[in-house]
Write a protein that binds this ligand. Sequence first.
Ligand code: IPM
Ligand code: MG
Length: 373
Amino acid sequence: TTEIYTLSLHDALPISTVKVLDAAGETKGITFNYDEQLLGGCAIDAAGTPWPDATLKSCRAADSILMAAIGGPKWDGNPRGLRPETGLLAMRQELGLFANLRPAKAIPQLLDASSLKREVVEGVDIMVVRELCGDVYFGKPAGIYTDAAGVRWGQNNMIYSEPEIERIAVVAMDVARKRQGKLTSIDKANVLDVSQLWKDVVIRVHGECGGGVELSHMYVDNAAMQLVRWPKQFDTIVCGNIFGDILSDEASMLVGSLGMLPSASLPSEGPGVFEPIHGSAPDIAGTDAANPLAMILSAAMMCQYDLAQPELGQLLEDAVEAVLDAGYRTRDIATDGGKGETLVGCKEMGDLVTAKVAELTDRKSTRLNSSHG
Ligand code: IPM
Ligand code: MG
């Protein structure tokens, strides 16, 4: 049995995901145990902190962590210590989640939902490997202060140590090798010293353990442009925290909807965190309009990376694909007047995937039985 930890602003997201996971587990006689805990906005409201001790404790004890979304306008005006994002960043640091994998893969059924031309996005398959524990997000000194002349200053420090760059570069070499073997390292070394160190270390790591990987380098501004010009030139991208934050949102739009994309955040040891890339979408909270597929696909990544159950992960992915093939769409992935499309809510989408999991498993066992005569 496995403990998972889940939380959300949109309860429908984790509820749907848990249903799908349970259905998948059942096919292999696996029971998941869930320990639901609070993080972000709901934790501020219930416990007065975005990152309660109970949550940290539960995370440390879990085999894996499934997360929904954390924020909303309600908390935007709070002092930084009482903002949902502060809880998320604390979780990343305290659990050592330095390697963030964000796949952006074009989904054939959704090509028309992309804002780019079909020929540009068809076949796009990019993995963004984003460093998640360093950079300007955590660099000190940071803050807002007033100088002797009464002028206010805001500052953050873009800083990386060599070991921090090295460990993410090692992960990126590994990830690229298991994909098409093409790694693009993103920096701004023409201007920033921190980026020059980034580039130097990535080149060194490539020399030491980059066998089978073709490494290239790109400035971040150019990368942002190339991603919309011709995204198929990219296979695996490795970048620092802030560049990865920006480029992964951009990459996700290529494939139709933020509502489809999962992510994994992995430490060197201990449980990883699996979460949809999309945020909490407060504008549709409580309306049953959210797309649960990104969270279900995050659970699929969890099965693969944390639980050593790749077949379960595959089963979830197949079920999602089959439901899309059958024409079911949440609002964010519906095309205007799309032929053969049925608009469904979050809960119904979850139920459809759950039913598909069972159906696919039945079909497989029937086929196996008949092939054995
Ligand atoms: C993300 C988000 C977070 C980040 C925010 C919510 C702190 O944008 O996971 O990409 O900036 O990392
Ligand atoms: Mg972001």
